[in-house]
Design a protein around this ligand. Structure first.
Ligand SMILES: Cc1cc2nc3c(=O)[nH]c(=O)nc-3n(C[C@H](O)[C@H](O)[C@H](O)COP(=O)(O)O)c2cc1C
Length: 190
């Protein structure tokens, strides 16, 4: 059964993957702020990646492990996917890329090919994390059913957050605007 808001519109259900496993992650700070800044009629829940094994074709051939089945189901059951990710060595961290690799399987029947995907990248550095955003755009534009090519980068997160909370008003406004645009894109393509 679909869920509708008081105006009769169907709720947009988004799933988030966070490409950092550490507790004090700045990427998680951005995810937590996103949950606070969602437009009306949009839900966002995390699917944790801590138990996801490294992609291995032999393991896959024997049958997707439980954590892979759960990840694929979480994406299939949502209207859209947001990858919240750090940047490592000007590119995609293994945690983020490993989730994409599992979700891209198998060609022709991949959960990624049936969803709408967006990217929010975060760094304590004083820049806009262009490397990971560009590499994710290159990858996802080919394999995601619909890729929202306006990726968002939020830098200087140590200065912009306090006690794990995104406090900088400019960063919060940027994130809020991006979430609104992404939700509209998902609504058009789901
Ligand atoms: C292996 C490694 C490579 C990194 N490379 C980059 C980089 O290319 N660009 C960047 O902005 N930060 C880079 N960093 C710093 C990360 O942005 C920083 O550790 C950040 O806190 C990681 O995200 P998290 O807090 O969500 O775990 C790197 C960190 C590590 C451990």
């Amino acid at each position: 059964m679909s869920i509708t808001d008081p105006a009769g519109r169907e709720t947009i259900r988004l799933v988030a993957l966070i490409g950092s496993l550490r507790a004090a992650s700045v990427t998680r700070v951005v995810f937590d702020a996103a949950v606070e800044l969602l437009p009306a009629g949009v839900e966002l829940g995390e699917h944790a990646l801590g138990d996801l094994p490294l992609y291995n074709g032999d393991v896959e051939a024997a049958g997707d492990p439980v954590a892979v089945v759960a990840l694929k189901a979480a994406v299939e059951e949502s209207d859209g996917l947001i990858l919240f990710t750090p940047e490592y060595n000007r590119s995609i961290p293994a945690v983020t890329k490993n989730a994409i690799d599992w979700l891209s399987r198998v060609p022709g029947d991949s959960p990624l090919s049936r969803t709408v995907t967006g990217v929010v990248a975060a760094t304590p550095g004083r820049h806009e994390v262009q490397g990971v955003r560009r590499h994710l755009a290159d990858s996802l534009s080919g394999i995601s059913g619909h890729f929202f090519d306006t990726t968002l980068g939020i830098g200087s997160l140590n200065r912009r957050s306090t006690d794990g909370h995104l406090t900088d008003s400019e960063a919060r406004a940027l994130l809020e605007g991006w979430l609104s645009d992404f939700a509209s894109y998902v609504d058009r393509h789901r």
